[in-house]
Design a protein around this ligand. Sequence first.
Ligand SMILES: Cc1ncc(COP(=O)(O)O)c(C=O)c1O
Length: 423
Amino acid sequence: MVEPGAGRWHNPNTVGRSEETEPMRDKSRDIGRQLLQIPGPTNVPERVLRAIARPTIDHRSPEFADLTRRILDGLKLIFKTSGAICIFPSSGTGAWEAALVNALAPGERVVMFETGYFAKLWREMAGRLGLQVDFIESTWGNGVDAGRIEALLADDRDKQIKAVCVVHNETSTGVASDVASVRRAIDGARHPALLMVDTVSSLASFDFRHDDWGIDVTVSCSQKGLMLPPGIGFNAVSAKALAAAKTTPNAPSYWSWEAALAALGGGGFPYTPPTNLLFGLAEAIAMIEDEGLENTFRRHARLGRATRAAVAAWGFDTVCRQHDCHSDSLTAVVMPEGVDADAFRQRVRARFNVALGNGLGKLAGRVFRIGHLGDINEPMLIGALSAIEMSLAGDGAAREGRGVTAAIEALADETSSVPAGSK
Ligand SMILES: Cc1ncc(COP(=O)(O)O)c(C=O)c1O
């Protein structure tokens, strides 16, 4: 099995497995919409698609500056910060890199925690950028253990560690960590390290608070909870992190916070921005405001609970091992011994045009992931769960075939307490 890091670079689509050919799709199944049930990129709502389809405008015009300012105001409510937010034309990986190259210098020490595949990828990036990583190893399926971070920081008497980097929602395992506890651990050890948090698959899906939780750099991107196509990365940055960035010897160029903030302050970008994606972002923010962010969180929590009810009724385990750490944005499902999760996923797609996420890294072939984040409602989830259940029938994998019923019951229990359209 090839793990991330076995070579210098790897292909995330095949990592852990040999290259394989997917079965040919039955074209007659193209009828109807594909249910995009991967944990990102997520469904892009019609409203956002229509906004993106507007003619591109001059990115140095007052109209564009107004758009940028509206977006920044909206993002502050979503990141829950009154501080600086940088917007980059990038994927989440770019936003990871921006965080590291602005605040840290090669040779400096950082602590990272192994929550799964994405924590490992971030560690590899840090290593390639010349940082010295204290990687706290842990079993995939568990969240961040703040006590272990506190112990490491308490041992660092010379304060050599410059940052602690954690993934809020580990998309490979469906585990959400308590990042507020990491801030308490840093403070408990009386340590000045910055706290950097990857919220790629949690932002706008479940609670995250940049300011209240004392985060120094929040990393995120467009294609998950924010319901946009891939292409925009974000760093929300504290005053302390901005001050650290001023002292790094090799100031970054494309990723420079200073350049980004100087330009964004005037409603512009230091280079050509992804104008049409920004139209889409303004619309996505308006949609989240219409629903009410806390209602968005409640919807994700409901969908998460319903999905877990189905998985339990099928008789499968989730990768998540800690009851209080289940992610509201995705569920990673462990297939029974001897059942190939990828072959199963491909059958679901070929038969029902439902796309499920693959197992990543050492979970490849053993796990499939159900995304339940972004522009998704109860009937969409039930549709996807039905496709899974119908594919399980006769597969030999299912021990029980009543997952959909269990999910509907879980939803029925809860929807009555949530008035439609309430904020
Ligand atoms: C938690 C997490 N971090 C980082 C990334 C990398 O983001 P991207 O693929 O947009 O570069 C992903 C991608 O899914 C992710 O889920």
